[in-house]
Design a protein around this ligand. Structure first.
Ligand code: PMP
Length: 363
């Protein structure tokens, strides 16, 4: 999921996005004097959401994190009951981004436990305790919009909106949830800068999450905050038009070419995504997801990842996402060279299929 598809955009904006910091600058734990970087950055992030229309931010607290990964972990802690004898059950609906499970299990706590599939809890009669559900919308791996499976007073939800940007999805309405997480990684492509942010409605949840952040990394890197600010100022020029038009065009073109390749295949199927009205582009936009979620349809192709591996295509196995071994996820957000190579190898794999079919008919 390395978002290098945006590298050409930043090459076009190399000078305006550059940051130079002298060695003696900003060495302190604190922003020295009345530095306004964090406040400016907060203003920029709120403005960006208002311009894109993907989230309501009024009346919500904002927290920065070391990538959204740190915030996802902090959110579980913050939503868990403070002094309950029964830990919160952490769940997600299949297929889901695997880090939710691995991180929850790794940071094992008396306050929360990984339970698994969200629908397991829905169908259980003894599910009276707190539940924390990860809802990724649009979803990784399949790009679909998601809603929580669990509802009610003890059902808490962490909305991961990593992909809710016009490159990957139509903006259908402004998200208005209690806890929403976003990341720079999938917005500008700067995954290595490790910057994410969360909007939180409830003050108590916010305070607990701040506590988690300050105990795990004390503060968030000032260098990263400065770089993020510089990048977002470039993004905000012309109300984001340049970045989002570039991002959408690139991803849309990739999806159209990929869909065309798979349209002649009976062996493989791609996830189905519908065009939707995008309030940002003020137009109906076709699908442009970050990943292809492919199913192997033939009875004998039980291990879909292995089938692609024989064609020299490395995908992430469906079982990693708890989606089953008949599925494989291919990343569409890498560099153009990587994408071209991927497409060439897919063509070769699919043309073998039609060659095999025509040899059956000719015998
Ligand atoms: N959430 C989802 C759904 C993701 O796909 C990813 C990255 N692949 C992340 C979170 C982590 O992003 P970050 O780089 O902000 O830690």
């Amino acid at each position: 999921g390395d978002p290098l598809f945006l590298e050409p955009f930043w090459k076009q904006h190399a000078a305006s996005s550059a940051v130079v910091v002298a060695g003696w600058h900003r060495m302190s734990y604190c922003f020295v004097g009345k530095s306004t970087i964090a406040a400016e950055l907060e203003k920029c992030i709120r403005e960006l959401h208002a311009v894109v229309g993907n989230a309501k931010t009024d009346g919500r607290y904002l927290i920065f994190g070391v990538g959204s990964t740190q915030l996802l972990n902090g959110a579980i802690y913050a939503l868990s009951p403070e002094d309950s004898s029964s830990p919160a059950s952490v769940v997600a609906a299949f297929p889901f981004y695997p880090v939710y499970k691995s991180a929850t299990e790794f940071f094992d706590s008396v306050e929360f436990k990984w339970l698994g599939d969200a629908s397991l809890l829905k169908n259980r009669s003894d599910s009276s305790g707190t539940s924390i559900e990860f809802v990724t919308s649009p979803n990784n791996p399949d790009g679909k919009f998601r809603k929580p499976v669990l509802t009610g007073p003890s059902a808490k939800t962490i909305y991961d909106h990593a992909y809710y940007w016009p490159h990957f999805s139509a903006i259908t309405s402004a998200a208005d949830e209690d806890l929403m997480i976003f990341t720079l990684s999938k917005l500008t492509g700067h995954a290595g800068s490790r910057f994410g942010w969360a909007f939180i409605k409830d003050e108590k949840v916010y305070t607990r999450m701040q506590r988690y952040m300050s105990l795990s990394t004390m503060d968030r890197s000032h260098d990263t905050q400065l770089r993020t600010l510089k990048l977002l100022k470039v993004v905000l020029k012309e109300r984001g038009r340049k970045l989002f038009e570039f991002g959408y065009k690139t991803m849309r073109e990739r999806w159209e070419r990929l869909s065309k390749s798979f349209s002649s295949s009976k062996r493989f199927s791609l996830q189905k995504l519908e065009p939707q009205y995008c309030t940002y582009f003020k137009n109906v936009t076709g699908p442009s997801p970050a990943y292809a979620w492919i199913k192997c349809e033939r009875e004998e192709d039980q291990d879909c990842t292995a089938v692609f591996r024989t064609a020299n295509i490395i995908g992430r196995p469906g079982i990693v996402f708890f989606g089953g071994s008949r599925y494989v996820r291919l990343s569409l957000i890498k560099s153009q060279d990587d994408f071209e190579l991927l497409l060439q190898r897919i063509h070769a794999l699919i043309s073998k299929e039609s060659a095999a079919a025509s040899s059956i008919y000719s015998t």
